[in-house]
Design a protein around this ligand. Structure first.
Ligand code: TXA
Ligand code: MG
Length: 318
């Protein structure tokens, strides 16, 4: 198993030596490597079993550093960065020459993000390079929101996990691409559309999400999936055709008397979509580990982070 701790110097040393370190962010835990060193980045793909066509996001601590990662950055991208970074937003921008194609999967664009987590921001400030980091889970599985989640799945493949506690947002960053000029949403995530549109002053385009659109493989139809089958619908109705003793329940707020309490997760008893986002992945992991045959789940209200929560639920159920 990996060492888990809060030693930033140790993490910096390992990253400088070309090793992998799992890092906390406000969204989910990332699996970081020196973004400028191909040999280090390659280890990410190996540890995750990640296909090489799925590009990585580059993480830095300040907007000033963007020109070391991207080039020809539009004013509007800077406006969004000023408004929301550090925060749960990733911008896809034209790639700067020093970022290896391995990071961008051969694309001429690169994802840039400033994570809003004190420990990781301190770490990034100690490093003379940015880090490439996907979510720290095996490819296709649910993203980790605690150091323990990372340790359970990747602990034997990485030397160190920087423990920053439970992630405060709980779902991955919202991705906005400037690759085609006008900003487009590639992935719904931890920054709500309403917030973005307030700054833009107009509706933002949403790229169609489908498995046939490889632009952001985070958009693949089957992604973020636990091992157990997830069925999405009206839970009361689903319970009429499934034995209550053998199912797990992932509800927004409600409890179901016919199902054992240990097999139920309420995403937010107060009906808060932000709390639901925070609890979503740990809830799916918990139910995945229960002695149940399948997981019955329902959508949450389609506002704020609710849209991104529902997006993850639909993919988990695909
Ligand atoms: O919140 C997050 O974004 C987390 C934390 C660790 O920062 N990271 C994360 O990384 O979710 P990952 O690799 O699991 O998802 C990143 C998504 C991928 O689906 C990838 O296809 C897309 O970002 N992406 C990265 N670079 C891209 C590019 N140049 N063009 C299009 N999509 C890109
Ligand atoms: Mg991921």
């Amino acid at each position: 198993m990996a060492n888990i701790g809060t030693d930033i110097s140790r993490a910096a040393e390992l990253l400088s030596q070309g090793e992998l370190v799992a890092i906390p962010t406000e969204t989910v835990y990332g699996l970081a490597a020196n973004a400028y060193t191909e040999a280090a980045v390659l280890k990410i793909f190996e540890a995750k079993n990640r296909p090489s066509f799925d590009p990585l996001i580059v993480h830095t601590h300040s907007i000033q550093n963007f020109t070391q990662i991207a080039t020809n950055i539009p004013d509007l991208a800077y406006r969004l960065a000023e408004a929301f970074m550090p925060g749960p937003l990733t911008l896809i921008l034209p790639r700067a020459a020093q970022v290896p194609f391995l990071v961008t999967s051969g694309h001429d664009s690169v994802g840039v993000r400033i994570p809003n987590h004190a420990l990781t921001l301190s770490l990034l400030k100690e490093l003379p390079f940015p880090v490439a980091a996907p979510s720290a889970n095996p490819f296709g599985y649910v993203s980790p929101t605690t150091a323990q989640h990372v340790n359970q799945q990747l602990g034997n493949r990485i030397p160190y996990i920087l423990d920053g506690g439970a992630c405060q947002v709980g779902i991955e960053s919202t991705i906005i691409s400037f690759a085609d000029g006008e900003p487009e949403i590639l992935r719904l995530g931890g920054l709500a559309l309403e917030e973005i549109e307030k700054v833009l002053g107009k509706p933002i385009l949403r790229v169609k999400t489908s498995s046939s659109n490889p632009q952001a493989p985070g958009m693949l139809s089957s992604h973020y999936a636990p091992r157990k089958k997830v069925m999405l619908g009206n839970i009361n109705q689903l319970l009429q055709t499934h034995e209550p003793g053998k199912v797990g329940i992932l509800s927004f707020s409600e409890t179901f008397a016919q199902v054992p309490p240990a097999q139920q997760v309420q995403l937010s008893v107060t009906g808060d979509v932000y709390e639901a986002a925070r609890n979503l992945f740990s809830g799916l992991r918990y139910l995945d580990a229960q002695p149940v045959d399948l997981i019955l789940a329902e959508l949450v209200p389609e506002n704020g982070l609710g849209r991104a929560v529902n997006d993850r639920l639909r993919r988990a159920a695909f």
